[in-house]
Structure formats: structure tokens, C-alpha cells
Design a protein around this ligand. Structure first.
Ligand SMILES: [Fe+2]
Length: 529
């Protein structure tokens, strides 16, 4: 229905612009014909080519990235032959696309899975735009995006939601249905956008195929996730900032080391990692600097929104040292305290400190993957720590806490995914001294769908971590953050609790409520409201 509406709307629009567009296309074809004989200007598709929707991301004050991927047969490699296909795009200041401010043609090429990343510039800061793609006679859904306010510009309010961990096989993306209806400036995704596990016929919905290894297999897995209409709706409604965690590649991978080094060689893993990185870039609205180079992909970066908030987006997988103590949730061995152990690598750590020192933003966000706060999982005398998280990299975490304590950047806020449960914690200058100063706040968001089964254990051990002010492992959802000059508010938007066995979100239309809200005043400490 929706697609037909857009087609009708746009067929008129594009007809009126035929002359302009064809003039533009002729130029492109003339250039293209000099370097490629494989351009198909009149492609015929077996099915609708915009099956994966549209997306935008990386908002700067004057530019934003627009994304789509041509995939008439999304679960089987995309379904486009090895041709370069011209894709037209336009961006307008109104939702009917009558006031077009920029337009152009870009090639969807087989080397990038016929994905398209358009960096549109020359835009106005802090305003909404609508955009659309056209290929042959087919038009995409219309997406909406928003530029960032100018750096330093005084802004009164900023609203974003953050999410993570959306295992397809665990349940439906009901949370995204609600997120699409929020009033937001931005969505931040903190990783586990896909899961790499094989299809399991006992689950509420199934992955396509075995665990991906090749580029085509990772493309097919990303495509499966992107076919979800609720996920597509959130991408079409807001610009996103994304970072990955482990499952985009392999469970608990660390730099060049897979989860199971005894079952795959280093070279096999690096080939898998390169394929996973490539497919990730192809499916995310990232800037061209994130295009993979060999086995590397530049993902850590900084985005600033006026004078109010700055996001330091971390990559805690690509440069980390291997998990200490053989990974897992266990008592910490000496290795967990090794000063050389790192989640970020030295370069990223320096970049982060330098950025915090320079920042003029009131709220300084560390958008990252794994739980930052110290937390003992075992009640009583014995202790157990998740050594895949910052609890396994104690010296590296202490360097950050020391920095926050000594340099006092304005309002450090850590936002976190990975752990499939909701947490609010004070960051203490020294977690071994509960009376040490509070130097920041961590908000951990629960999963969109991914399962969590350790609530009882964590609840029993909570009194031993008095800096934890909220924990909820029983509900799925996301966190909505509303920021003003005076205060930061986080609403935990959660779906109803599901039965302990079976799907986490069995109802694709499950309602959502604000289960709890926490606020902290400027330069203050977080409290439940
Ligand atoms: Fe996860």
C-alpha cells in the first residue's frame, strides 16, 4: 500500500523533473561509458529493488549520508547482475519533495553489493529534510533526516533513543515500531545489529542459513534484518549513528582473534572479519571514511550537536587485546589487571582523552558497547566478573576514571549495549572505594529482542554494587534520552515481560511503556524521578 502511494506521488514528481534529470544522466553516462561498459541505465528487476528500505546517518551541520541498497532478491545475494547501475537521489525541505534542494546520480556498484552512500552537503543546520531514490522506473520509500545544529550553536533541547542487540531469532522488533513514533533528533545503535548464529527451526523466526563466513553470506544476513518493516521505519524516520559490538562478526571476537581459535585459523578468521566489515559498511549509513581498507574499518568517531551534546563513538572490538582469564563470567585472574590490556587500543584512547579535553559540549557522551561499571555477578564472598566487558580491562577503565576525576570534563555520560538488560549506575572514581567521588553516569540499555536469563543472579548480587541505582533484566526495549541545558533525562521504554522460556518478544505489536525515568541535573548526580 505504502509503496504504491509513494510511487504515485513520485511518478508525477519525477516526470516534471525529467528534463533536468535526463540532462544530468546523459553527462553521467558519457563519463561512465569511458570507464565501464557494464553500466545498465535501464535496469529490469525481478522484484522491487528497494526491498531493504532507505536510511540516513552521520548528521553534521551541513551534511548527512543517505543510504540504500538495490536488492530485488535480498536473501540470495541481492539479485542484481554485476553491472553498475545509476541511482538518482533527491533531497527536499518538505515531505512531498516539492522543494528539492539537492539531487544527483550515484552508481550502485557490484563491489559494494549495489549499496549506495550519498554524502549530501550544502544543507542547513538543525533542520528536517526528506529524500528519495529512483532507479529505472522504481522509486524508493521516502526517508526523513535531520542535520545537526552548528557546532557551538546554543540549543535548548536534544532528543535521541539508543538501542542494541536485536537477535532476529529471539523475537519481533516491536520496540522499533514504537521508536519510529517517538519524536527524536537521532537514533544511536550500540551494536549487535545482526547476529551470526545459524538458523534454528525451534525459534519464533529463523535466520537464513548457517553462520555466515563469506561476504555473500554476511550480505544475506544483513539483508534479512533489513527486511523487517519496523526496523526500516526507524531508519526512514531519523538519522542514525551506529557502532558495532561482537555479533556483527563473531561472538566475543577480539581484534584478530576469534571466539574459537581452535576451530579456525587466524587467516580464516581475518577473511571472515573482512567479509563481515564489508557487509557492515554496505548496510549502514556510514561516511566514506568508514569504507573498509583491507581488514580494517574506521568506526570510532565524534559527532557534535550544537553546544549541548557531543558523542564519542567507540569501537571496543577491533583494537582490543584478547579477553583475559579465558573469557567468561568468572573470578578475575591477574591478566584482568594488566595495564597493557586494552579495549580501545592506545590510539583510540588518546583520541578520546584529547576530544574530551577540547570539548565545549555540556554533555559528553561515550557511546560504546560493553558495560563500563564494575559489577560482581556473584552474591556473597565469592566474586565473578564479565571479563569481556570493562571489568576484564581494569587498568584501562581506571585510566578513564582517573581522567574524568582529574580533568573534570563536563557531564560524562556512558551509554552502553551488549548486556541485554537495563542499568543505571554512578561511575565512581574508584570502584573499590564506595565513598570515592561520582565522576559520571552510565545508562545501559536493554536489548531490542536478545535474550537475558541471569536476572535472579544479578538481583541477588546487587547490594554488593551500591553504585548501581537500577537494574531490570526482564524486559526488552530501548532508552529515550531528553537533554536540555539544565538536565539529562533517560526514559526506559520497555515492552511487557514475556514468559521465561520461548521468544522474548512473541507479539510484534506489543505495547510499550516508560518503566522508569532517571534524571541528572547539570553537574549533578543521577536520581530516579
Ligand atoms: Fe547482544
Amino acid at each position: 500500500m505504502e509503496r504504491l502511494y509513494f510511487e504515485r506521488l513520485l511518478s508525477t514528481r519525477f516526470k516534471r523533473r525529467d528534463i533536468l534529470l535526463s540532462a544530468g544522466l546523459l553527462t553521467c553516462f558519457a563519463i561512465a561509458s569511458q570507464w565501464s561498459s557494464r553500466v545498465n541505465a535501464q535496469p529490469k528487476f525481478s522484484a522491487y529493488p528497494f526491498s531493504l528500505g532507505v536510511a540516513s546517518g552521520e548528521p553534521y551541520p551541513r551534511s548527512v549520508v543517505l543510504w540504500t541498497r538495490l536488492a530485488p532478491d535480498p536473501l540470495n545475494g541481492g539479485g542484481i547482475s554485476s553491472e553498475n547501475i545509476p541511482v538518482q537521489w533527491q533531497i527536499a525541505t518538505d515531505e512531498k519533495l516539492t522543494q528539492v534542494v539537492r539531487s544527483g546520480t550515484v552508481y550502485a556498484i557490484p563491489e559494494l553489493g549495489h549499496s549506495v552512500h550519498v554524502v549530501v552537503d550544502g544543507l542547513q543546520p538543525a533542520r528536517w529534510y526528506w529524500y528519495q531514490f529512483k532507479v529505472g522506473n522504481e522509486v524508493s520509500p521516502i526517508g526523513r533526516t535531520r542535520t545537526a545544529p552548528s557546532v557551538g550553536q546554543q540549543i535548548k533541547q536534544f532528543r535521541f533513543a539508543f538501542a542494541s542487540c536485536q537477535n532476529w531469532q529471539d523475537g519481533y522488533f516491536a520496540a522499533f515500531k514504537h521508536m519510529a513514533e517517538e519524536e527524536l533528533d537521532l537514533v544511536v545503535h550500540l551494536g549487535d545489529y545482526i547476529y551470526e548464529g545459524p538458523a534454528d527451526s525451534n525459534r519464533i523466526r529463523q535466520h537464513n542459513g548457517a553462520e555466515p563466513v563469506t561476504l555473500e553470506e554476511y550480505r544475506n544476513r544483513h539483508a534479512l534484518y533489513k527486511t523487517d518493516p519496523n526496523l526500516q521505519a526507524v531508519h526512514a524516520a531519523f538519522p542514525w549513528i551506529v557502532t558495532w559490538d561482537d555479533h556483527e562478526v563473531d561472538n566475543n571476537w577480539a581484534d584478530e582473534i576469534p571466539q574459537d581459535p581452535d576451530r579456525q585459523s587466524r587467516d580464516e578468521f581475518l577473511a571472515k572479519r573482512a567479509a563481515a566489515f564489508q557487509a557492515y559498511y554496505e548496510h549502514m549509513p556510514l561516511r566514506p571514511f568508514s569504507k573498509p581498507k583491507g581488514i580494517d574499518l574506521q568506526l570510532y568517531r565524534r559527532l557534535t550537536f550544537g553546544d549541548l551534546v557531543e558523542f564519542n563513538v567507540l569501537d571496543t572490538r577491533q583494537y582490543r587485546t584478547d579477553q583475559p582469564c579465558n573469557d567468561g563470567i568468572k573470578p578475575r585472574c591477574d591478566e584482568a589487571f594488566n595495564p597493557a590490556a586494552t579495549l580501545t587500543g592506545t590510539e583510540q584512547e588518546k583520541w578520546f582523552f584529547a576530544g574530551l579535553d577540547r570539548s565545549k559540549a555540556r554533555w559528553n557522551v561515550l557511546a560504546q558497547q560493553v558495560v563500563f561499571t564494575q559489577h560482581d555477578w556473584t552474591a556473597g564472598e565469592e566474586s565473578a566478573f564479565n571479563v569481556d566487558a570493562w571489568d576484564g580491562y581494569v587498568a584501562a577503565r581506571q585510566r578513564i576514571l582517573d581522567f574524568l576525576n582529574q580533568r573534570r570534563p563536563s557531564n560524562p555520560i556512558v551509554i552502553t549495549g551488549d548486556t541485554h538488560s537495563s542499568w543505571v549506575s554512578d561511575l565512581l572514581a574508584d570502584f573499590n572505594n564506595p565513598d570515592s567521588p561520582v565522576v559520571g553516569t552510565e545508562f545501559v540499555g536493554t536489548s531490542i529482542t536478545s535474550n537475558f536469563t541471569a536476572s535472579d543472579r544479578i538481583e541477588a548480587a546487587l547490594p554488593e554494587s551500591p553504585w548501581v541505582k537500577y537494574f531490570n533484566g526482564r524486559q526488552r526495549g530501548y532508552v529515550l534520552c531528553d537533554i536540555t541545558r539544565e538536565r539529562w533525562r533517560s526514559d526506559y521504554r520497555l515492552l511487557p515481560q514475556s514468559a521465561p522460556s520461548g521468544a522474548t518478544v512473541p507479539n510484534p505489536n506489543a505495547p510499550i511503556t516508560t518503566a522508569t525515568s532517571f534524571e541528572l541535573p547539570d553537574k549533578g548526580v543521577v536520581k530516579r524521578v
